[in-house]
Design a protein around this ligand. Structure first.
Ligand code: PXP
Length: 257
């Protein structure tokens, strides 16, 4: 049971759209998926409207905005097109992320030094429109200070490096690296809190590696991370836990009348 001060879970449903876009079918429905997230205790729907529209489409964001009971967090690159779109749709949160067209997923945090002017301007535009803004950055002390300077009210710590070190997948399994990365997340999160920022985290979490991060506490003994945004692992798990029913329904469908 969730008690006050416990973190909220934002569920990233981009890969529900990935499955739909693979075949151009009307299913799976993002709205149905979002409703299931709400019923299951997810407190936010997160979607990344990528510039190449590889999964989420503009119309998806419009439809979600019109039907969600929980918060909508829109991830966008720091471009004028995306800023304009977000101000029209008015999600509860915008998370500004870096974007390279060829990447498999968002591979690192924003480079705030390189894009200082543009990011600051877009944070200001969005904030003036009443949208809460977070910046997706590496868990470094420098990035925490830069996030505060740019006027965002929250930081989303990119946990990719930590997660890669805990999995035998794209990254190399290394306990010492995982510990080092976990310390970076803790130190950055603590500084962010001191600077008055909300602390969010995401990228690469699975059901196991999220536990060590969930155990990080702030100076008052409360969970350090206020919000998690998790996508791929949940969609992967949904395929497995949903397979039995999906097959049973199709077995019935192919039975001769
Ligand atoms: N947070 C941000 C800012 C992201 O870009 C992503 C990936 O789209 C996630 C969280 C979710 O990452 P994952 O799908 O690995 O859980």
């Amino acid at each position: 049971m969730k008690t006050p001060g416990q973190p909220r879970l934002g569920v990233n449903i981009d890969h529900v759209a990935t499955l739909r876009q693979l075949r151009g079918t009307p299913y799976p429905s993002l709205l149905d998926a979002a409703k299931l997230v709400e019923d299951a205790g997810g407190e936010q729907i997160t979607v990344h409207l990528r510039e190449d529209r590889r999964h989420i489409q503009d119309a998806d964001v419009v439809a979600l905005r019109g039907s969600l009971k929980v918060l909508l967090n829109l991830e966008i690159a720091a471009t004028d097109e995306m800023s304009q779109f977000a101000r029209k749709i008015k999600p509860d949160w915008v998370c500004i992320v870096p974007e390279k067209r060829a990447e498999l997923t968002t591979e690192g945090g924003l480079d705030l030094e390189k894009h200082e002017k543009r990011v600051s301007r877009i944070v200001k535009e969005l904030s003036s429109a009443g949208i809460k803004v977070s910046l997706f950055v590496e868990p470094s002390l420098k990035a925490m200070k830069a996030t505060q300077k740019m006027g965002a009210i929250a930081v989303e710590l990119h946990t990719g490096r930590y997660c890669l070190a805990t999995q035998n997948g794209l990254g190399k399994l290394s306990q010492s690296k995982a510990e080092k990365e976990l310390n970076r997340i803790r130190d950055a999160g603590m500084l962010a809190r001191k600077l008055g920022l909300h602390v969010h985290a995401g990228h690469g979490f699975d059901y196991e590696n999220v536990r060590a991060v969930a155990e990080l506490m702030d100076a008052e003994g409360k969970p350090l991370i206020e919000e998690y945004n998790i996508g791929h692992a949940i969609i992967c798990r949904a395929v497995i836990v949903g397979m039995d029913r999906a097959v049973r329904e199709m077995v019935s469908a192919v039975l001769a009348p």
